[in-house]
Ligand binder design. Structure first.
Ligand code: HEM
Ligand SMILES: [Ca+2]
Ligand SMILES: [Ca+2]
Length: 296
């Protein structure tokens, strides 16, 4: 029951305001695109794309965003949504949901860094529920086995092929050393010189937890298929990235997307539309939040 023209009458400048906001933000803070893409993924996997991840904790409720795995989500991603919401409230008060803002901001930012355009159906409602305690085990970790990761996606209706396509998101952005560094010394899947370089870059990560490395060492800021070309060469960053190239269930898709960017873009776009529909609330369920970081 989502529609493409949901805000056409109620907020005719919706697309323009989104476009202006994300362009401004991405130019001044170029890490925003990757940050927002990951934020959207983490929102959708937990109870659907309902902006549950944007809510701040209160003395009475420890919210999703304060779950351990979400603490590394960069502030820029939350900020771009807040900015769009403020601009939209001035133009059309109480009309546009934070969940729709996050879905469209993600799409526009992916396009801005070179990725494929896809149409985002609109009309999502914002959740009235956000709890840190339900997060653990519902989001993939790089230390999980490929079977565990596949299971997380399959339980939400995503095929192995769709999971591989979505993982192509790691063509942009970065990861903190703590996510991969302790497996460096005895992991034979890394290209040896790459592993040495990573050891060096992460040398002091116990003392300096902010140390981080690009997910795609070839084109870290460009949305392309280099991530998939890197993986079979041992140039993946996370254990789960290597896993995609090693596991016989996922490797064929890694090779396919690595050799054909057009195929990757089509698959990524289709899987992102599917992700953006996952578990959405519509009609009179949920609410249109006044502020994205608090329930009404
Ligand atoms: C397949 C299982 C996946 C695992 C195990 C995984 C794990 C991770 C980890 C540990 C990081 C580093 C976070 C940090 O240190 O700040 C990361 C970054 C990132 N992930 Fe994933 N991820 C997976 C799939 C996905 C999917 C499906 C998407 C989006 C569709 C995605 C988008 C991103 C992005 C864009 C970043 C970079 C964030 C930034 O630069 O701020 N990931 N991922
Ligand atoms: Ca959610
Ligand atoms: Ca790239």
């Amino acid at each position: 029951s989502l529609t493409y023209d949901f805000y056409q009458k109620s907020c005719p400048r919706f697309n323009q305001i989104m476009q202006d906001t994300i362009t401004n933000k991405q130019i001044t803070s170029p890490t925003t695109a990757a940050a927002t893409l990951r934020l959207f993924f983490h929102d959708c996997l937990l109870n659907g794309c309902d902006a549950s991840i944007l809510v701040s904790s209160t003395p009475f409720n420890t919210a999703e965003r304060d779950a351990d795995i979400n603490l590394s989500l960069p502030g820029d991603a939350f900020d771009v949504v807040v900015r769009a919401k403020i601009a939209l409230e001035l133009s059309c008060p109480n009309t546009v949901s934070c969940a729709d803002i996050l879905a469209v901001a993600t799409r526009d930012l992916v396009v801005m860094v070179g990725g494929p355009y896809y149409n985002v159906p609109l009309g999502r409602r914002d959740s009235r529920f956000s709890k840190a305690s339900v997060v653990e085990g519902n989001l993939p970790r790089p230390t999980m086995s490929m079977s565990q990761i596949i299971k997380i996606f399959e339980s939400r209706g995503f095929s192995i092929q769709e999971m591989v396509a979505l993982s192509g998101a790691h063509t942009i952005g970065f990861s903190h050393c703590s996510e991969f560094a302790n497996s460096l010394p005895n992991n034979t899947h890394y290209n040896p010189r790459f592993a040495q370089g990573l050891q060096k870059a992460c040398g002091d990560y116990h003392n300096n937890p902010t140390l981080s490395v690009f997910n795609d060492i070839m084109t870290p800021n460009k949305f392309d298929n280099l991530y998939f070309q890197n993986l079979p060469k041992g140039l993946g960053l996370l254990g789960s990235d290597h896993g995609l190239a090693i596991d016989p269930r996922t490797r064929p898709f890694v090779e396919m997307y690595g050799s054909d960017q057009d195929k990757f873009f089509k698959a990524f776009a289709a899987a992102m539309v599917k992700l953006s529909l996952y578990g959405v609330q519509t009609g009179r369920i949920g609410e249109i939040r006044h502020r994205c970081d608090a329930f009404n």
